[in-house]
Design a binder for this molecule. Structure first.
Ligand SMILES: [Zn+2]
Length: 611
């Protein structure tokens, strides 16, 4: 499931009963009733014992192997559907205890299944590779499992003996402590001070209020929010650096135990991403930092500042006609128009989604905030949760989530269950691709210079936040692991210095870095996700290239793009992207993204100069 976080502080006034049916998702597409859910739950519960029939027998005959795979698929398909129904009902009204209970029952059931089928992989790995592959390739019905088996064999050299695997599994409860402690400490224990907001009201600062404050036109307020938000991280720096280092050591320990040469190699190997893809991203971005420096210079000039600080980086330079409102229907129309380059087949699928209640549009009492697409659930279309507020931003969220939605939909109807999902490496490609087409469409059709500037700035901020900033985080993450693996002790002073240096390098000489900003490493939860953030940057770069191919090359590029949406996880992520027309092992997509930033800056400057 893909979440897009957007803090929503409005209090919902409407109940679900007050919303027209057509704006609410139709969960009867999943099950007709809670009763039907209950019956299917029992079916799975009773089916679990069937796994026992296969223990020790997978090498007996291809028929037995196929039956075992099919049982596992059937149970997997049912569990996903049970989970989807519980999740979407729960998110429709978070107060409803029936669905809270369903949700926790399904989690327990899921862990029972994982325990029951845990014999499959080790047993397959005991069969000689060539024999296993031959069986899978030659027996009718087993062929679709070939990539799955290849994947299993690929990771064989990093799979340990049963005893060692058991010890590693037991260590899991210990090794998750740094992240759990960080999470509880920063979310529950850390107290942020009170400050005066831009209207003179006393507010208690929080992560959501801090991010909102960064967009305020009142610079003193931005500065107050920045200082108040970061102060606790500076005060508890010993605790936070211990947790930070603890997390690094956990991932290094796991990588070593599995015979990887580095934590980074181990993390990337999960999706068979070569380390060279990561190196290429960092190196190429480093060679092309000029557009970001140029943006910093322009911001400073436009804001008329003598010094550009971190709290000045996100405030809007341009605003558009007093916040024009868009109805949901207008939003749908704009998104369909913007996605026209994808051709009739894609548009027809989009319309099926819009016309058949796949989307829950409006905010209602106790509904989950933000937006998401539910991902692929085999045998059923994906759903989208929105909290429409009539703003331009909602149209971007709609385009983004429909990107995920169509990716899941195409994958679901074209792949067998085992490949009917996609990796995180691919996940944000389809969503940012749609946002890119939407921006181009809106810029092209904007009616005034102000509107055009506003949209260009939005595009620039997207590249800054999703490409440059995440690459900067990825480089920092790489450096802290490298130095730890070389035996260096990362004191908090060193972490602060490393973060300051890299931040200065990316933003260039115009940025004045306050002491507080150096503590960013201490507050970002993504540094606990084990080499996760680089995928935001690679996904963004891939989508930029694919979007420009679709615009320039038309039909051949569209066909390849649709093939990408249909591929699920039937092949390795890097190869799926290569087939779509973008090679993430080459510098080209990274350069294309930075060049796009330069072109956008050219347009902004020419408009400002009266062009
Ligand atoms: Zn997304």
């Amino acid at each position: 499931m893909i979440f897009t976080y957007s803090p929503n502080e409005n209090i919902a006034s409407l109940t679900r009963g007050q919303i027209e049916e057509k704006y609410k998702w139709n969960l009867r597409d999943i099950y007709k009733s809670d009763d039907e859910w209950g019956k299917n739950f029992e079916l799975v519960e009773n089916a679990i014992e069937q796994y026992d029939n296969f223990i020790g027998k997978l090498n007996e005959s291809p028929e037995v192997l196929l039956s075992c795979f099919q049982l596992d698929d059937e149970i997997g398909i049912k569990i996903e559907r049970l989970y989807l129904y519980a999740m979407l009902n729960r998110d429709s009204d978070m107060r409803e205890p029936v669905y809270q209970a369903m949700d926790s029952r399904i989690k327990t059931l899921y862990s029972k299944v994982t325990k029951a089928n845990s014999f499959i992989s080790p047993e397959l790995l005991k069969i000689p590779d060539a024999q296993l592959l031959k069986t899978v390739r030659s027996f009718n019905g087993l062929q679709i499992y070939e990539h799955f088996v290849n994947e299993l064999l690929r990771r064989k050299s990093h799979t340990l003996s049963q005893k060692e695997e058991e010890i590693l599994a037991m260590s899991g409860e210990v090794t998750q402590i740094p992240y759990t402690a960080f999470s509880l400490f920063t979310n529950a224990d850390l107290k942020f001070g009170n400050i005066k907001d831009d209207k003179g009201r006393e507010i208690e600062i929080s992560p959501a209020k801090f991010y909102a404050a960064l967009y305020s036109q009142d610079r003193e307020f931005r500065k107050r929010a920045f200082n108040a938000f970061l102060r606790p991280y500076t005060e508890y720096v010993n605790t936070l650096s211990s947790l930070f280092n603890g997390n690094l050591k956990v991932n290094i320990f796991n990588a070593k135990a599995r015979k990887y040469s580095s934590a980074r190699e181990a993390a990337l190997d999960r999706n068979n991403i070569p380390v060279s893809v990561y190196d290429n991203l960092i190196q190429t971005a480093n060679n092309n930092l000029k557009p970001l420096h140029r943006w910093a210079t322009l911001k400073k000039r436009m804001l008329n500042l003598s010094e550009l600080h971190s709290y000045d980086l996100y405030v809007s330079l341009f605003s558009v006609n007093g916040g024009r409102k868009y109805s949901y229907e207008e939003g749908v129309e704009i998104v369909c128009k913007a996605l026209e380059p994808l051709g009739q087949e894609y548009l027809d699928c989009l319309k099926i989604a819009f016309n058949n209640r796949w989307i829950d549009v409006y905010e209602t009492t106790a509904k989950r905030s933000g937006a998401y697409s539910s991902g692929t659930t085999f045998g059923i279309h994906p759903f989208v949760l929105l909290n429409w507020t009539d703003l331009l931003n909602d149209i971007f969220t709609l385009a983004h989530e429909m990107g995920h939605n169509m990716h899941s939909y195409y994958t679901g109807i074209n792949q067998p269950f085992i490949y009917a999902n996609y990796t995180i490496f691919l996940a944000e490609v389809a969503s940012t691709f749609n946002e890119s087409l939407l921006l181009d469409y809106l810029i092209l059709n904007s009616e005034s210079k102000e509107e055009k500037l506003y949209l260009l700035e939005k595009y620039l901020n997207n590249i800054t936040a999703t490409f440059y900033r995440q690459t900067m985080f990825a480089e920092f993450e790489m450096n802290v692991y490298d130095r730890t693996e070389e035996g260096e002790a990362l004191t908090h002073d060193l972490l602060c210095k490393m973060y300051r240096d890299i931040n200065q390098k990316y933003w260039g000489p115009e940025l004045i870095i306050d002491k507080e900003e150096e503590f960013t490493w201490a507050r970002i939860p993504h540094f606990y996700y084990n080499f996760y953030v680089y995928q935001y940057a690679t996904g963004f770069a891939a989508s930029e290239v694919l979007a420009s191919k679709v615009k320039n090359e038309k039909k051949p590029a569209v066909d390849k793009y649709l093939q990408f949406l249909k591929s699920g996880s039937s092949d390795y992520s890097i190869d799926i992207l290569k087939n779509a027309g973008v090679d993430m092992n080459s510098a080209e997509p990274i350069i294309a993204t930075t060049r796009k930033m330069d072109q956008l800056l050219d347009k902004v400057e020419s408009l400002l100069n009266g062009g």
